[in-house]
Ligand binder design. Structure first.
Ligand code: ZN
Length: 484
């Protein structure tokens, strides 16, 4: 073992056991890469975190003091925005690429031949922009608003089929309502921001890796998909919506792929684009880009997006891997299935419970209370995502996993032989908990999730405050924690 490796291990808790297991791993070094690739390939089946971000973003942001002071924004097609700003957008994106290469650890540089150029063919300017920011070039960018449960559509027409070619809401039982907007009309900024908070889950990050068998993935420069199954469409978005910054050093030594995530790239790119848009008097796109940035920042506050195996210590994780290497993969397979089922169950429960609270106008629900009262603020900075926003989620991950195991129906979350997404009960999980598990279980689940929602709220507020300050919008920060 080299010195750097030994030091990395010795600095972490549980070091003696880890050193022992590390020694065993070294003995099997010929197969270790193969096995770890197997583990992390199987690990992530889905790339979603919180379900229906607008339901969270609105109560998190609505109580801030700036909304009365900021006027409505004029709705504009992306193409119009690009044609009006292309001359300053080209140098801006070049500067940001340089910044990312210099400042983001494990960044995969954008290819020079995809860099955005002003003055090109106007008919393909939107696709050229998508390629420069390296998102799925098949995205559509309709003008629409996302309505919250119970919110009336008025006389506007629904636009449910228009958002994207890969909209997962199309299959969802709890499909949200989208209404169409027209270019030129004036809309309240909070509504634009809340709507945009969901968009990155509609297909932005599908198929971006070299082994995803898409023509754009082959050109984007992100390399091979670091974990998850490259042949499952939604698995390919996971490395953009998850990140693992708080593992023991030994985990990264064995699985350096876990470093290769792009969540912080997305948060920073879209935040900067938002600042760029505001500085160019393009307020509609300023809010929409900011909503995209918030989506990724919000994802990292979800424990299953900040830990590869919540509830598993480093020692246990390495031990079950070692057993798999020796020909006994059952423990690894069980761990992956259980974590995947609990992850899915947590999203389903959160969405159904919150949707029901909206419909019942139960604004005293613990989720609403937590979103309105964020945890103590940390200002946005270069290290905000890696050091702060992700930290509480990683720290709380074992507790989260335990609460789900204790308070959701055992046949759904504690039986590794089932795949929860195939169970019809998943669509009524919150109702089942209230009916069968008793009020105490719902209370425990709600207070565990509420703690995370308060971190989520702080995280997206920090982004908003940073953009407001950087662009010189005058805003009172009426942060309750800061006041109290
Ligand atoms: Zn996401």
């Amino acid at each position: 073992m080299n010195e750097a490796g030994r030091r990395a291990i010795e600095m972490k808790p549980g070091n003696k056991k880890n050193l022992y297991i590390y020694g065993l791993f070294k003995k099997f070094s010929m197969v270790r890469r193969l096995v770890l690739v197997c583990l992390f390939t199987a690990l992530f089946l889905r790339g979603f975190a919180w379900s229906e971000h607008p339901m969270l973003a609105r109560p998190a942001l609505a109580g801030m003091g700036l909304w009365d002071e900021i006027g409505p924004a004029e709705v504009k097609h992306l193409k119009t925005f690009l044609l009006e700003t292309e001359n300053s957008l080209e140098p801006f994106l070049a500067r940001h690429e340089h910044w990312a290469r210099t400042n983001l650890p494990h960044y995969q540089p954008g290819p020079d031949d995809l860099a955005f150029r002003a003055g090109g063919d106007t008919t393909d300017i939107v696709v050229r922009f998508f390629q420069a920011i390296r998102i799925n070039p098949d995205m559509r960018m309709p003008l629409y608003l996302h309505l919250l449960p119970g919110e009336p559509a008025g006389n506007r027409s629904h636009a449910n089929t228009l958002v994207t070619t890969a909209d997962r809401n199309a299959e969802s039982l709890h499909r949200p309502t989208h209404i169409r907007l027209r270019e030129g009309e004036k809309i309240r900024p909070l509504n634009i921001l809340v709507t945009a908070n969901d968009e990155p889950d509609y297909g932005f990050d599908l198929g971006l890796f070299a082994d995803n068998q898409t023509d754009y993935g082959a050109r984007y420069g992100f390399g091979k998909q670091p974990f998850g199954n490259p042949n499952l469409a939604y698995s390919s978005q996971a490395p953009f919506h998850m990140a693992f910054y708080h593992e023991a050093g030994i985990v990264y030594r064995f699985a350096p792929e876990l470093n290769r995530t792009f969540l912080d790239y997305r948060v920073n790119l879209f935040r900067e684009l938002s600042v760029f848009a505001f500085n160019n008097d393009q307020h509609y796109w300023g809010w929409r880009f900011l909503g995209w940035s918030m989506h990724y920042a919000g994802d990292i506050t979800m424990p299953y997006h900040s830990k590869p195996l919540p509830g598993y210590s480093t020692t246990r994780m390495l031990w079950i891997n070692l057993k798999a290497m020796l020909g006994f993969p059952a423990d690894v397979q069980d761990a992956i299935q259980l974590v995947s089922n609990r992850h899915t169950a947590m999203e389903a429960y959160q969405q159904q419970e919150l949707r029901q609270a909206y419909l019942a106008k139960n604004f005293r629900h613990p989720f609403f209370m937590a979103l309105a009262i964020p945890e103590f603020p940390v200002p946005f900075s270069k290290n905000f995502i890696r050091t702060y926003a992700s930290y509480g989620a990683a720290r709380q991950s074992a507790h989260t996993d335990q609460v789900l195991a204790d308070h959701l129906p055992g046949y759904m979350v504690s039986d590794p032989s089932i795949e929860i997404s195939e169970m019809p009960q998943l669509n009524n999980l919150a109702m089942l908990v209230h009916a069968d598990q008793g009020g105490e279980s719902a209370e425990s689940l709600n207070s565990m999730i509420a703690e995370r929602l308060s971190a989520y709220s702080m995280t997206i507020r920090a982004l908003l405050i940073s953009v407001v300050q950087e662009t010189g919008m005058t805003v009172k920060d009426n942060h309750p924690a800061a006041r109290g």
